[in-house]
Design a protein around this ligand. Structure first.
Ligand SMILES: [Zn+2]
Length: 237
């Protein structure tokens, strides 16, 4: 964030915006949250926010991206947006922590908590690289009252899991056998989430339980982003 946001001259201009004075601080006049008339203290993703709504927006985004990483539901555009959010929010929150803006004890505690959560989100992203890879697999499910097999393919894979779709509804915690059709690999997996997809099929996340590096990918290789791999998404590995 530009350091001038906390310049007293600019704050003076912001205070006078209500009566038509001042041009420089126009985009910082008021918090962008509808119905909030508090003065903005920071700009995140080109929108000015008061302290309260800056924190609220950051918490919502951290939760959204964390869930997306855990459930393998982030799209390619989300992946880019996540990296942008990590860089910008770290900068904005750090600037706020060192700025002369008066924060009460609760706000300061929330600010430190948010900085920690943003940092953890970044660590999670680095620890859990994902690839947009369509690996053909056969799913085998066996329970006392149901038994089926289905051929499908992955949509996103990670070191310890995948997102895929199938025509059978599964419950969280259900166990499956995942058999790769392109290689002689099979592993036990646990369903971590399952939801109805637009096409009437079911989309789900699985966690691999019994195989190290099931996808046979060098996860330390430099091209780790979803966008880097989208062009190669038709080949398994
Ligand atoms: Zn606000």
């Amino acid at each position: 964030m530009p350091p001038f946001l906390f310049d007293t001259t600019i704050l003076f201009c912001i205070q006078h915006l209500a009566c038509g004075g001042g041009q420089v601080g126009a985009r910082l006049a008021h918090c962008a949250d509808p119905g909030c008339s508090a003065a903005a203290v920071s700009v995140l993703q080109q929108r000015p926010y008061c302290v309260h709504h800056l924190f609220e927006v950051c918490y919502q985004k951290v939760d959204y991206y964390l869930q997306g990483l855990q459930e393998h539901t982030l799209q390619e555009s989300d992946d880019r947006a996540l990296r942008d959010f990590l860089a910008e929010s770290t900068s904005v929150l750090t600037d706020l922590a060192t700025s002369p803006v008066a924060l009460d004890n609760l706000a300061r505690a929330r600010l430190l908590d948010l900085l920690l959560r943003v940092s953890e989100l970044g660590q999670h992203l680095r620890r859990s690289p994902r690839r947009l890879l369509h690996v053909p697999v056969r799913l085998a499910f066996e329970a006392p009252d149901a038994r089926w097999e289905e051929v499908t393919e992955t949509q996103v894979i990670s070191r310890y899991g995948a997102r895929l779709s199938c025509h059978h509804r599964l419950e969280v915690g259900d166990l499956l056998l995942v058999i790769r059709l392109d290689k002689p690999q099979r592993a036990r997996a646990r369903v971590t989430w399952c939801r109805t997809a637009d096409s009437g099929t079911f989309e789900m996340g699985i966690e691999l339980l019994s195989c190290d590096n099931f996808w046979e990918i060098d996860w330390e290789a430099p091209q780790q982003t979803l966008s880097d791999n989208s062009s190669k998404s038709q080949s398994p590995a």
